[in-house]
Design a protein around this ligand. Structure first.
Ligand code: BG6
Length: 648
């Protein structure tokens, strides 16, 4: 990778963008190129030629981009002087990708600019188009003589999705390789343009304290979450042919997986890094049909509510989506990496649309310390240490570990150390495409996928695609828009005695009346203690007579409290809690709790409950007060039969 501090501009070149009138160009590509210009990273011998079907002129293209760059740039203030120079470098050639004359016109424009600017014959082709035309454009470029043009380099950037499945990816590779050499093809994955993703390698290989622990001896398991709060955003037509496995997991998530788990490369040279990534993907166990049914969960969102209470449509109600669609908008998968380093360390991945929040996080959970020393102390339990990579929108790294609670007894509490990008660096104002396009201009392919990497990733995904295309998910939709996702995704980990680490912040706790306005130290300890769980309509969260092991806080949803006589005593909704009386009295549950809708809860385990009560007397007081009132209510309800739902 280049030494960015040196501010070495990219090579002189003409950048040809196919699909220049599209969304990608205006939202991401053009603003990123403008940012490169602002940072002095574009050569003075540089021009852009846009090509698309729209019958625009160069002037119209310039006018449109002048408006749109202001909308999508992440740099404030706008640098008028840089743009004034930049916009003069924009050119436009209208034409269809199957029209040889259009490519002849393109050849004339590119040739003219090359001579005028003395670019030395360097041309970078950017396919910001649907993958169905990658081959067609390559063949047209070849026919028009572009791939053979004398001096200078010719490179091609290919957007995702690269293929629709393993067979089509192999076919596309074969087709591309007919016209280009492997070292000319730059397959893009915009996740690799993210600072936090690139930092995975920097973090692992520049910090001597973690790498020795990075293996099956010390790590219990790894979790990857890419949650999105948005739906399909008008891309229903595309998404129907994709689904989350193709859209997020096969590409972005497998790339992050490779960075996090690969062996150290012998250098940062492109092929050294890509060799290790390819080896890692090769080591991921290919699942059998039976293993898929056991280790993979898919979901589709139904109607629900956003955090502001607004109604959200279900996936099947989105534009261009079939009302009986079986496309998955959520998936959770347990993978195994069959190599020396990771044998026996499960990797759980989940991603979904329309979840309760946007957040990409990686959790590395270490094995627990032995509790022998603490058995006869007030430290009732030893938790796992966790290293958490906050990828986006929060950017940082957090280490969670134990500390002794001040006082005479040996009590432990989870605490954390946190590095935030914003504290250490000027907040990143990059889109992510800057580094990718720049690297291509200087010929560094480290951040791009090679043929074997793309095929390796599809090889892992293919059995899931096959399995899911045959079995129709009768339970779809199986999670509400705005929720934490399908219950089965939580069961997947619970079955292994684990739980997803849901990253919550103080704003979430403030919505729970019991925690609102409470001491920040108290809130901080809760953030690291509460565990998420999901129940479906009709599920019993617990039943009367069960032993009391946990207390619950409702994040969203609704439950009914059913007294010993089978009558409903009360309903509880978002922000309410239940399950405290059994913990306080150490007696079995005196009522049953049943979900009236999908209900997402935070769970406080008995051992943590005790810790929290001891350390935060103000919390203990409010819980006890409310518990007494409820106890009386339940007692009264069981003595006096009530018709229907009792008023709270
Ligand atoms: C794209 C997917 O590749 O990545 C989208 O097609 C998704 O569906 C997007 O929303 C997520 O990217 P980011 O950078 O917002 O995490």
């Amino acid at each position: 990778m280049p030494d960015v501090d040196a501010i070495i501009p990219g090579d002189p070149c003409i950048l040809v963008i196919f699909g220049a009138s599209g969304d990608l160009t205006r939202r991401l590509l053009l603003p990123a190129l403008y940012h490169l210009a602002c940072d002095g990273l574009l050569s003075s011998k540089f021009a852009i030629v846009g090509m698309a079907m729209d019958a625009w002129t160069t002037d119209e293209f310039r006018e449109r981009m002048t408006v749109q760059v202001r909308q999508f740039t992440t740099r404030v203030p706008f640098n008028e002087a840089v743009w004034a120079d930049f916009v003069g470098r924009l050119h436009y050639v209208p034409g269809k990708f199957n029209e040889p004359e259009a490519f002849a016109r393109l050849g004339t424009v590119v040739g003219g600019l090359d001579v005028e600017l003395a670019c030395g014959g360097n041309v970078l082709f950017y396919m910001a188009t649907p993958p169905s035309v990658f081959g067609m454009v390559s063949s047209a470029l070849h026919a028009a003589g572009f791939t053979k043009l004398g001096a200078g380099w010719k490179r091609v950037i290919v957007e995702k999705p690269f293929g629709h499945d393993l067979a089509s990816a192999m076919e596309l590779n074969r087709e591309m390789l007919k016209y280009w050499r492997e070292d000319q093809i730059f397959r893009i994955d915009h996740y690799l343009g993210k600072e936090t993703v690139q930092n995975l390698m920097a973090f692992r290989f520049s910090n001597g304290m973690f790498e020795p622990l990075w293996n099956r001896n010390y790590i219990d398991h790894i979790q990857f979450t890419v949650g999105e709060s948005v739906g399909v955003e008008g891309r229903g037509g595309y998404y129907e042919t994709s689904g989350v496995l193709r859209d997020m997991i096969q590409n972005h998530m497998f790339q992050m997986l490779a960075y996090l788990c690969m062996e150290p490369p012998v250098s940062f040279a492109a092929d050294a890094v890509r060799n290790e990534k390819a080896k890692l993907l090769d080591a991921v166990r290919i699942m059998s049909r039976e293993e898929i049914d056991e280790n993979a969960v898919r979901g589709q969102y139904g109607p629900g509510r956003g955090p502001d209470g607004a109604t959200l449509p279900g996936y099947r109600q989105e534009a261009s989506v079939s009302p009986t669609s079986s496309t998955e908008t959520f998936a959770a998968i347990k993978l195994n990496i069959d190599n020396w380093r990771w044998e026996g360390v499960p990797v759980y991945l989940r991603s979904g649309k329309r979840l309760w929040k946007r957040g990409t996080e990686i959790v590395v959970q270490f094995k627990r310390a032995p509790d022998v020393l603490f058995r006869n102390t007030a430290a009732s339990s030893i938790d796992h240490n966790r290293l958490i990579f906050h990828m986006q929108p929060d950017q940082g790294i957090e280490l969670r570990f134990h500390a002794k609670v001040p006082g005479t007894a040996m009590r432990l509490q989870n605490v954390n150390m946190r590095f935030a990008y914003g504290d250490a660096f000027q907040a990143s104002r990059a889109i992510g495409y800057e580094v990718l396009v720049y690297n291509c201009m200087i010929g560094d392919a480290t951040l791009f996928s090679r043929t074997d990497l793309v095929e390796g990733a599809w090889r892992i995904a293919q059995p899931l695609l096959d399995r899911w295309s045959t079995a129709t998910p009768s339970e779809f939709p199986n999670y509400e828009a705005g929720s934490w996702g399908p219950k089965r995704a939580f069961d997947l980990l619970e079955r292994d005695g684990r739980r997803w680490v849901e990253i919550i912040n103080r704003d979430v706790l403030e919505k729970v009346p019991l925690f609102a306005g409470s001491d920040p130290a108290f809130q901080n300890s809760l953030l690291m203690t509460l565990e998420p769980d999901v129940y479906e309509l009709g599920d019993y969260i617990f039943r009367e007579g069960d032993s009391a092991e946990e207390m619950f806080f409702i994040a969203r949803g609704e439950v009914e409290v059913i007294g010993p006589d089978g009558k409903v005593v009360k309903t509880l909704g978002g922000g309410d809690f239940f399950g405290e009386t059994g913990l306080l009295t150490s007696r079995p549950r005196n009522a049953s709790i049943r979900a009236l809708a999908q209900t997402d809860v935070f769970v406080l385990k008995r051992s943590d409950f005790k810790k929290v009560l001891t350390q935060h007397p103000e919390f203990a007081d409010s819980v006890e007060r409310i518990a007494k009132e409820r106890y009386k209510l339940i007692l009264a309800a069981s003595l006096v039969p009530v018709a229907g739902k009792a008023a709270p």
